[in-house]
Design a protein around this ligand. Structure first.
Ligand SMILES: NC(=O)c1ccc[n+]([C@@H]2O[C@H](COP(=O)([O-])OP(=O)(O)OC[C@H]3O[C@@H](n4cnc5c(N)ncnc54)[C@H](O)[C@@H]3O)[C@@H](O)[C@H]2O)c1
Ligand SMILES: [Zn+2]
Ligand SMILES: [Zn+2]
Length: 336
């Protein structure tokens, strides 16, 4: 089978021929149909974060495919099921986080495409307990971006405790943002899309954004404050400066939801403003299996649209460059 492998943090990915893996106890073998390219895969391939993966490894945490083989003891899956392999590849199921609906905080978790090989390959093994069923009516192509971009922004909107008619500023209308803005609308928000590319802002408008701001052409803080300030600002662009702009664009009582994971990890915010304005700063990491099931169900019901273009795995390096240059329509999806 083909696999796109990170061999070093400073080299392009290598497309290699590998043996099809065997599912171990509690695992399934998934014949992948698609896998989205998340900006996190780029951070992973470059070793951007303090906790680094160990090359060689296969990135990808938006893998979707058909269960082809069951490992020993697997009873909850059947050969032929279509499943998604999300970032939360495994969690212990027993710790205080797992048993209180916060499995994404589990300290024993294993992340797909980071700690264990992910979806940039034709076959992957995954924990049977943590793959998520893709319902009939959701295509493998659409399911891929929903598996990280969708669930992450859906969960981020949940933790923002949005009240209908509140203003939600989405900083970065890329893979995550184009779905995030749809969830903000579904939950009753008035949406302000912020990006530095006009094409992304046109897409935001097409997907229902009430206002758009091009941060390369005007100061997003002034533009959003002129609208009364944002009640929720969700940061999806990987730059500390954008976090600071998002913070400054908040109204009193506002919530800054931190989602992007820039390499330079420190932001500077005013303690005085945080206190006087009663601002909350919230970190949000992906979503649970149940969150993903809800994301799939919303899509099955026709409430969301996935904007993406297909690519072949051989195009992995040029695809990464295109994402970094902001030249893609929301998401790229490898099709096998
Ligand atoms: N917290 C989580 O669970 C989680 C999950 C997935 C991804 N992420 C992180 O979220 C970030 C975004 O991922 P993505 O796949 O959507 O990336 P993306 O590249 O598809 O989207 C980023 C968007 O930000 C825009 N942008 C760039 N500079 C900007 C600026 N100064 N102001 C406003 N917009 C700007 C880009 O034009 C692009 O549209 C990455 O850092 C990724 O690692 C976090
Ligand atoms: Zn992701
Ligand atoms: Zn746990």
């Amino acid at each position: 089978m083909k696999a796109a492998v990170v061999t070093s943090f400073t080299e392009p990915l290598e497309v290699q021929d590998r043996e099809i893996p065997e599912p171990g106890p509690g695992q399934v073998l998934v014949h992948l149909e698609t896998c989205g390219l998340c900006h996190t895969d780029i951070h992973a391939a470059r070793g951007d974060w303090p906790v680094k993966p160990s090359p060689p490894f296969v990135p990808g945490h938006e893998g979707v495919g058909i269960v082809e083989k069951l490992g020993e003891g697997v009873t909850n899956r059947t050969v032929g099921d279509r499943v998604a392999i999300p970032w939360l590849g495994y969690a212990c199921g027993e710790c205080r986080f797992c048993i209180s609906g916060r499995e994404t905080l589990c300290e024993q978790q294993k992340n797909s495409g980071y700690a264990v090989d992910g979806g940039f390959e034709e076959y992957a093994v995954a924990s049977a307990s943590h793959v998520v069923a893709v319902p009939d009516g959701v295509s493998a192509f659409d399911a891929a971006p929903l598996t990280c971009a969708g669930v992450t922004t859906y969960k981020a909107m949940k933790v923002a405790s949005l009240v209908p008619t509140e203003k939600v500023a989405i900083f970065g209308v890329g893979g995550l943002g184009h779905l995030g803005l749809q969830y903000a609308r579904i939950m009753g928000g008035v949406v302000i899309g912020v990006d530095v590319e006009d094409e992304k802002l046109d897409l935001a408008t097409e997907l229902g954004a009430d206002y758009v701001v091009n941060a390369a052409k005007e100061d997003p803080v002034a533009a959003i404050q002129a609208l009364g300030g944002a009640d929720v600002a969700m940061v999806l662009a990987a730059s500390p400066r954008v976090f600071e702009q998002a913070f400054s664009s908040l109204a009193r009582g506002g919530r800054l939801v931190c989602v992007a994971l820039p390499k330079d990890e420190t932001m500077s915010v005013s303690i005085f403003e945080t206190v006087l304005k009663g601002i909350s700063i919230i970190g949000s990491i992906v979503g649970t299996r149940q969150d993903l099931a809800e994301v799939f169900e919303l899509h099955r019901l026709g409430r969301t649209r996935v904007i993406a273009e297909g690519r072949k795995l051989d195009q992995v390096n040029e695809s990464i460059e295109a994402v970094l240059a902001g030249r893609v329509p929301a998401r790229l999806v490898f099709e096998y």
